[in-house]
Design a protein around this ligand. Structure first.
Ligand code: NAI
Length: 246
């Protein structure tokens, strides 16, 4: 098994891409720390997982709140559970042109996507340093690498994740901690289900492989980045977009 006994903390794990990562990682032998705001959803997921079910943990964790993140890491530390991998998956997308977007929405997007990636990473450093190595996987977006109409704020929040990934990988490579990002294209989750029909069709047509990505397509790349198969890979942004042109 590719990530046997690796302890992996996933943010926003109850649905979509986070859930697919949890399911694949569990199949491949990981011990999971499932975090998110929907504890019932996390527990349901935990009970459906194949291996180590009794060892997977669930925690309520809102990535916009330092106290909430600290509580989780304090609890893990007190149980001497030190993670090997952090998957910064939690994110939100709200679209509007810059002219129209309200300040509170800008704040919400940046708190979740940018601070919500930086803060768990800060807390993860102690256990990763203690383990003398590990992997941080950030979920960016094709909108962060390429930009898109009506997505200045979402796109710039995802571009910030790319900047963070590149600089942090340089800070941590000497400690054997790898930091990489995945830039998914158009993936079939609740995030894209709510999309305007015309926009949805336009996006679909722009995908070379002519199908929406599945959350599992992203999970497979996360698995590679969490595992020793990528032991010499750091500071990279890996697109998972089926040849999407945007
Ligand atoms: P989703 O909406 O199904 O899942 C997002 C998850 O993040 C949910 O579990 C949600 O509760 C959680 N979350 C949101 N705010 C949170 C907070 N403050 N604290 C803790 N958890 C929070 O969407 P999806 O598609 O699974 O998104 C996962 C990641 O993938 C996001 O970062 C998203 O930006 C990114 N992404 C998704 C793409 C897509 O086409 N679906 C494309 C590119 C990137």
């Amino acid at each position: 098994m590719i990530v046997e006994n690796k302890i992996v903390l996933i943010t926003g794990a109850s649905k979509g891409i986070g859930k697919a990562i949890a399911e694949l990682f569990a199949k491949e032998g990981a011990r999971l720390v499932l975090t998110g705001r929907d504890v019932d959803g996390l527990n349901k997921l935990k009970n459906s997982l194949p291996i180590h079910a009794e060892e997977h943990l669930t925690y309520e964790m809102d990535v916009t709140k330092i106290a909430s993140i600290k509580k989780v890491f304090d609890s893990l530390n007190s149980q001497k559970i030190f993670i090997d991998c952090l998957v910064n998956n939690a994110g939100i997308m709200k679209d509007a042109t810059l002219q129209m977007i309200k300040p509170e929405i800008i704040e919400e997007i940046y708190s979740t996507n940018v601070y919500g990636t930086i803060l768990p990473s800060q807390f993860a450093l102690k256990p990763l340093i203690r383990k003398r190595g590990g992997s941080i996987i950030n979920v960016s977006s094709i909108i962060g690498t390429n930009g898109n109409l009506g997505q200045s704020i979402y796109g710039s929040s995802k571009a910030a994740i790319i900047g963070l990934t590149k600089s942090l990988s340089k800070e941590l490579s000497g400690l054997n901690i790898r930091v990489n990002a995945i830039a998914p294209g158009f993936i079939d989750t609740d995030m894209t289900k709510g999309m305007d029909e015309k926009f949805y069709e336009k996006n679909l047509k722009s995908i070379g492989m002519r199908r929406l990505g599945q959350p599992e397509d992203v999970a497979k790349v996360a698995l590679f980045l969490a595992s020793d198969l990528s032991s010499y890979v750091t500071g990279q942004i890996i697109g998972v977009d089926g040849g999407m042109i945007i």
